[in-house]
Design a protein around this ligand. Sequence first.
Ligand code: ADP
Ligand code: MG
Length: 246
Amino acid sequence: MSLIEINNLTKKYNTGSAQGGELVTAVNNISLNIEQGEFITLMGQSGSGKSTLLTIIGGLNKPTHGNIIVDEIDIYKLSADALADFRREYIGFVFQAFQLIPYLTVIENIILPLAINNNYSRQEQTELAYSILEKVHLENKANRLINNLSGGEQQRVAIARSLINDPLIILADEPTGNLDSKTSLDIMNHFYDLNNEGKTIIIVTHNPELVNQCGLAGKYLVRNVQMEDGKLSLEPAGKKTEEVSV
Ligand code: ADP
Ligand code: MG
């Protein structure tokens, strides 16, 4: 079994008024298997369906047809509560616009996902947050307000927040889209480190050179997937992903 199995996935959005509106097919009958530990770069023009595919994989967007099996769980067959649990346990999301809460501190933002259903004391939450902040080298900014951080630092906080529940899968939607090239490379290197620690990563990016620069190039587990008009236009042969499945 692959970690993620995407089977004949289609997503149509109704873009018109409530009834009889126009349907847009954002994802059009996609099938794809992703192995644990892979680093997938998802590329394609604006509007090609990348964000839609990512949110479907992340359990945030129910497909119109098809299914997605993660770790043998058919996720959209779950109840709403079970799907929320699935997201918390399996998925870390990182967005282009960071989506942090500006009037909270770094630590407060990072522990926010723990607010629901957790058995940690405040002290334990803070210790956990510090240990994750060390991974992104921000432990010295733990008590700063988000507003007082640079864009690159904010994205590192967002990465740290995505890790708080130790998910198997990190989904990142153009995480370097708002950052200069040097900062983008730093962020990509953090994803590279996480992949080395065993996280499965799917990242939407417009910038394939970043992958080449940060040490991922030539890595056996990196796979580029191209989208065009809701379909996968390119899935290069010759990557030996089958050989890593367990
Ligand atoms: P990308 O991330 O590659 O730019 P998207 O997945 O955001 O692509 O969008 C794919 C298509 O679906 C586009 O035509 C877009 O306008 C449409 N779309 C995306 N989200 C919605 C939505 N919530 N409602 C209606 N149409 C949407
Ligand atoms: Mg998008």
